[in-house]
Design a protein around this ligand. Structure first.
Ligand code: ADP
Ligand code: MG
Length: 403
């Protein structure tokens, strides 16, 4: 069953949240619930299984954290809720949001992610926590060591559920959910819901209620989106020109591969001091340093791959540049969602580099977001050489080999 979002005039008090929670919300200056929060919170508070779908940057974290805070019993210091997320950065972001929103000083949570000393996570768990937040690998590790005990669990949450249920994570998720009591509540939050993922989701949930706030176009409305026709060998120069033309406050540049990201970083970091790189092969200490510097505004350009870029919530990001067109349409939605965030008043801009042979991929993205992207031309610069004359003369044989 699918519930549609209620009207925009709803307040947090209308959602049935307790007074201490309302105070916490006032503290963090959330004035009114976003549509996904207005629809998801009252449902999740009833204890039934729910799937919440909404664009990135629309406050899905608070949508699941607030009902959790209302439902847990803080007098009992055992793990009652488990939140799974695909990356360390995202897990830490959730843990922070959880701390900001938890009215009760009694609420204790732990972030259990790889790349961090396991010892301190074990210490926290042994002292007793109510909420465990983390990535599947480390969660399994701690379950298998007998440290993380899920027998008192009442709520399991998959954030970025589409990613958590894709082929890479699925075996881990199965393993973890099998350890959770069958009578638990399961919540899933996602920006996209491909049919296969929806079928899988139903396998782990009991007649879930679905809240879909993503039906009117996918990408966030406050982002102006463009594409640029580029030649592969002019991408670097195009990026340089585009940066000069746009002068972004902060920019996140996405590439498909780690090697490509490394190459771009090597090239730009020689000329600019405030450029950094983030991908899955880099050590955690580096990733932490980069995220901190980016958040502080010390890094102005961050070069990243999809896995790490997903879910990053930094309000200063004014520009997203897709140096490589994303391989999957859903990745486009996730990438572009990194700007024009709810917490920032500024408009965001997204530019996607498209080579001439990637027209079909561009069309697929446009179909996905239900919007035609206009082409952007950098004044005084040709990002792509003019088309072969011959192809123009013959009217449409643009696929003929270039001699
Ligand atoms: P999503 O998970 O949907 O991508 P997030 O939960 O990361 O979005 O939220 C994006 C930003 O919006 C965060 O900085 C969060 O603190 C902020 N936010 C969430 N809900 C509200 C609200 N009701 N009012 C104002 N800001 C909010
Ligand atoms: Mg999120």
């Amino acid at each position: 069953m699918t519930t549609s979002a209620p009207g925009a005039s709803v307040t947090f008090a209308d959602l049935g949240l307790s007074q201490p929670t309302l105070n916490a919300l006032q503290n963090v200056q959330f004035e009114k619930p976003s549509p996904i929060q207005a629809a998801f919170i009252p449902l999740a508070m009833t204890g039934i299984d729910c799937i919440g779908q909404a664009h990135t940057g629309t406050g899905k974290t608070a949508a699941f954290v607030l009902p959790l805070l209302e439902r847990l019993n803080f007098d009992n210091r055992v793990v009652q809720a488990l939140v799974l997320a695909p990356t360390r950065e995202l897990s830490e972001q959730i843990a922070n949001e959880c701390k900001r929103l938890s009215y009760s000083s009694m609420c204790r949570s732990v972030c259990i992610v790889g790349g961090r000393p396991i010892r301190s996570q074990i210490n926290e768990l042994e002292k007793g926590v109510h909420i465990a937040i983390g990535t599947p690998g480390r969660v399994i590790d701690l379950i298998e060591r007998g440290i993380l005990n899920l027998q008192h669990l009442t709520v399991a949450i998959l954030d970025e559920a589409d990613r958590m249920l894709d082929i890479g994570f699925r075996p881990d998720i199965e393993k973890i959910l099998r350890r959770c009591p069958a009578e638990r509540q399961t919540l899933m939050l996602t920006a996209t819901m491909p049919p296969l993922v929806e079928r899988l989701a139903n396998r782990y949930m009991k007649s879930p209620e679905k809240v879909d706030c993503s039906t009117n176009g996918i990408a966030v409305k406050t982002v102006d989106q463009f594409y640029l026709t580029v030649d592969e060998d002019r991408k670097m120069e195009t990026l340089r020109r585009l940066l000069l033309d746009q002068r972004p406050q902060q920019v996140l540049v996405f590439l498909r591969t780690k090697r490509g990201a490394d190459r771009l970083h090597a090239k730009f970091s020689r000329k600019l001091p405030d450029v950094a790189i983030l991908h899955g092969d880099l050590p955690q200490t580096h990733r932490d340093r980069v995220m901190k510097a980016f958040r502080a505004g010390e890094v102005r350009m961050l070069i990243a791959t999809d896995v790490v870029g997903r879910g990053i919530d930094i309000s200063g990001i004014s520009h997203i540049i897709n140096f490589d067109i994303p391989e999957y349409c859903d990745d486009y939605v996730h990438r572009v969602g990194r700007t024009g965030r709810l917490s920032s008043d500024e408009k965001g801009y997204a530019f996607t580099f498209v080579t001439r042979d990637q027209g079909e991929q561009l069309t697929n993205i446009e179909l996905r977001i239900n919007t035609m992207l206009p082409e952007y031309k950098i004044p005084g610069f040709e990002a792509a050489r003019p088309k072969e004359r011959r192809a123009e003369w013959t009217g449409g044989f643009s696929n003929s080999p270039v001699s």
